[in-house]
Design a binder for this molecule. Structure first.
Ligand code: HEM
Length: 417
């Protein structure tokens, strides 16, 4: 099989950790010349690629279309077009400027303020299924929850939330088509482009409303943010709002889903947690390492350089395998063991360096609140059957598309909605 196709195959997705381990021992840096693509699997190389922005740029517009496909080019120009200028795809000095400005609004306090709301939403979502003793953990909770949290944070009014979620689903889907070989139908592409336009128009309206009457939400904070007379333009704010949807939703879904699955697959570790609830924060860090929700990130070589003793050429694409770095035996003793007390645990699931995940405190907060509630309320929680689970499409994100579980039926908790 063509090397690239091997990395896109369902087989790879199912056996990813075995394949990573083979790559780390045999070919930790792999050059796929035909695609102008490099794959890096070792912890140090992955960290280096993610953080050395002088050699490796995040400006995805430099990727061009060589070796890619038409859909990718179209998406960059249309559906996900405005992501091209967002925080995650800029380099310094522009990146520093944007990050400082958005950090004025996306503060630890703004995140901590969401705590009570996240707890309540979780209980409501569990209340809807608790009497029937069955849940699809993804569809009923892990997927909708982060979308609602982000829409509330942004200030999307409750009556617009369903519409917002539909757009958000389509925008998220548009970010999944990044690799050569990925295909997307013309109809799906048209839907994504349309959703993107509608959502931009929607945010444009919210922005105008907040300019006229600021509220206590993220959009108002982004409008007000100013450093040395510099402010965010309307395009910057739109791009950032769209980025939050793409970067913050399915990633958090995967963290919650992968966390529940890892704990069900390791009953001894669940028992340890039940006896020592103070281990929850460490357990969540271990889920992030053991089943990293984001398995890889791209960079583009900004100039000629060297990697693993080989010559990298300007314009080459770099794929840094975070999921492999987090299982590197040189860094983590017994890397394939799920150990909720692992200490130290220097995983790089949220990236490393200047692009380190801005939403990490929010993702951690959601997981720390939601996971204990799930295990506390759903007594005797277990897989509904032992059918193989469907894995999410694409190689960047890592999770399951649905996770049917059963438990002993219980009583609803939150009465009023
Ligand atoms: C478990 C959940 C999450 C994981 C595993 C994750 C992972 C990552 C990773 C690996 C990066 C680095 C990208 C790079 O180096 O190019 C990143 C960046 C980013 N993430 Fe997250 N993320 C998660 C949740 C969130 C949430 C909840 C939000 C916001 C609501 C968010 C917003 C962002 C933003 C804005 C960036 C770009 C930062 C920059 O370029 O300076 N993420 N994330």
């Amino acid at each position: 099989m063509d090397n690239m196709m091997m990395f896109l195959s369902p087989e790879m997705l199912r056996n990813r950790y075995q394949i990573y381990a083979q790559m780390r021992s045999m070919q930790p840096v792999m050059h796929l010349e035909d695609y102008g693509l490099w794959l890096a699997f070792g912890y140090d190389d992955v960290k280096y690629i993610l953080s050395d922005y002088t050699n490796f740029s995040s400006d995805y517009s430099r990727m061009g279309t060589t070796g890619g496909n038409l859909a990718q080019a179209q998406i960059q120009q249309t559906a996900g077009g405005n992501l091209g200028t967002s925080l995650i795809s800029t380099d310094p000095p522009r990146h520093r400027q944007l990050r400082d400005l958005v950090s004025r609004a996306f503060t630890p306090r703004a995140v901590a303020n969401l705590e009570a709301r996240i707890v309540r939403l979780t209980h409501q979502m569990l209340d809807a299924v608790i009497a029937q003793g069955e849940i699809d953990l993804i569809g009923d909770l892990a997927y909708p929850l982060p979308v609602v949290v982000i829409s509330e944070m942004l200030g999307v009014p409750p009556e617009d939330r369903d519409q917002f979620k539909r757009w958000s689903d389509l925008v998220v889907a548009s970010a999944d088509n990044f690799l050569p070989g990925d295909t997307i139908s013309a109809a799906d592409l048209a839907d994504q482009v349309e959703a993107n336009h509608q959502m931009q128009a929607y945010f444009h309206r919210i922005l105008q409303e907040r300019r006229a009457a600021p509220q206590d939400d993220l959009v108002s904070g982004l409008i007000a943010a100013e450093i040395d007379g510099q402010k965010l333009s309307e395009d910057d704010i739109l791009a950032f709002c769209m980025l939050l949807l793409v970067a913050g939703n399915v990633t958090t879904t995967n963290l919650i889903g992968n966390g529940v699955l890892a704990l069900l697959e390791h009953p001894e570790e669940s028992a340890r947690l039940a006896a020592h609830p103070e281990l929850w924060p460490a357990a969540i860090e271990e889920v992030l390492r053991y089943q990293s929700p984001v398995q890889a990130m791209f960079r583009i070589a900004a100039r000629d350089s060297e990697l693993g003793g080989q010559k990298v050429r300007e314009g080459d694409r770099m794929l840094a395998w975070i999921g492999s770095a987090n299982r590197d035996e040189k860094k983590f003793p017994e890397p394939d063991r799920f150990d909720i007390g692992r200490d130290p645990n220097p995983h790089i699931a949220f990236g490393f360096g200047i692009h380190y995940c801005l939403g990490a405190p929010l993702a951690r907060l959601e997981a720390r609140l939601v996971l204990p509630i799930i295990f506390d309320r759903l007594t005797g929680l277990q897989r509904k059957d032992h059918e193989p689970l469907e894995i999410t499409k694409g190689i960047i994100l890592h999770g399951v598309t649905s996770l049917p579980l059963v438990f002993a039926p219980g009583e609803p908790k939150v009465i009023e909605k």
